[in-house]
Design a protein around this ligand. Structure first.
Ligand code: PHE
Length: 335
């Protein structure tokens, strides 16, 4: 009897050792220790042994039962920790890993807001190429070669007559060449200038606008831009039109808004002037109309242009334009 028990014990231990998962371990446990298991039945059969063999056999059988129970328990712990380390184990008691949804870049958000406001005022959206001919970027806009105004925009030249557009104004020329007045468009897009510091990056975004037709006046320009600023910021943000110069507009005006940080009191952001420059604008120069074949005795129009990064910086109180392009997740996730 004792020899048989030893043999069974050795076999059972081997089976426990090679069990690959909790199911096969459970099967081994049932096979030996279950209600009809081998050890259980042996324990039951002790009563049929001669009286003097019973105590020893009983002791041995119980000892083996304990050995097997302990081996099964240890094996079950071992299998559990293997399962936890493997990829397909899901511990439902752990806090969940939250998925981080993406969001629109702050410049994209403001770009869309600007386009929204103008489309609600009846402007169509026009687009054009970023690699542009010298003609559309300069000549057609009344900026001939060697004109000092070319220095205002540090241009990236692809070749003698091809540039990366320095503004989205060439789109206005392209649209006027194709469409008769009235024209009412905005031109959003990327532009390029060889310039880099805390307020300039070599690539930035602009939204320019053009409204052409009969009897379009400087009053319309003021009205549209005032409405725009009031909708983008709020209606307490007053505007100031300052005489300026652009070769493609006459008269030209720089548009300032009341400082959105200090409300005119003077602060670091507005260099203590109380005002922030946000837009260039003016009445379209007759030379530009002539270049696209418009009759200057019949029609007039205005144009304006703004840098989207600058407006975004003011809207969100950001002091360094380069933050927009570093793609630092800690910065971007705030918007
Ligand atoms: N094109 C000008 C610039 O990029 C802005 C502008 C557009 C000014 C239209 C006046 C009229 O600086």
């Amino acid at each position: 009897m004792e020899n048989t028990l030893e043999k069974i014990c050795a076999e059972a231990l081997k089976e426990i050792e090679i069990a690959k998962n909790s199911e096969s371990l459970k099967a081994v446990s049932v096979k030996y220790l279950g209600r009809k298991g081998i050890i259980t039945q042996l324990l039951r059969s002790i009563s049929s042994l001669p009286l003097k063999e019973r105590p020893k056999a009983g002791e041995k059988a119980n000892e083996i039962k304990r050995i097997l129970e302990k081996a099964i328990k240890d094996a079950s712990h071992r299998l559990e920790s293997v399962a936890i380390e493997s990829d397909d184990f899901i511990d439902v008691s752990l806090p969940g890993r939250s998925a981080c949804p993406g969001s629109l870049h702050p410049v994209t958000q403001i770009m869309r807001q600007i386009c929204d406001i103008f489309t609600r005022m009846g402007f169509d959206i026009a687009e054009g190429p970023e690699v542009e001919s010298d003609y559309y970027n300069f000549e057609a806009l009344n900026i001939p070669k060697y004109h000092p105004a070319r220095d205002m925009q540090d241009t990236f030249y692809v070749s003698d007559n091809v540039v990366l557009r320095t503004h989205t104004s060439p789109i206005q020329v392209r649209v006027m060449e194709k469409c008769k007045p009235p024209v009412k468009i905005i031109a959003p897009g990327k532009v390029y200038r060889s310039d880099s510091d805390i307020t300039h990056t070599p690539m930035f975004h602009q939204v320019e606008g053009l409204m052409v037709g009969e009897n379009i006046s400087f009053g319309d320009l003021k009205g549209i831009l005032t409405n725009f600023v009031h909708l983008l910021f709020d209606d307490k943000t007053s505007l100031r039109f300052r005489p300026s110069f652009f070769p493609f507009t006459e008269p030209s005006a720089e548009v300032d808004i009341l400082c959105v940080m200090c409300r005119g009191k003077g602060c670091r952001i507005c260099s203590h002037t109380g005002w922030l420059e946000v837009l260039g604008s003016g009445m379209v120069h007759p030379a530009v109309f002539e270049n696209v074949g418009y009759d200057t005795s019949q029609i007039t129009g205005f144009a304006f242009g703004m840098g989207v990064e600058r407006i975004t910086m003011l809207k969100f109180g950001i002091d360094d334009i380069r933050k927009f392009f570093e793609n630092d997740y800690r910065f971007l996730r705030q918007f």
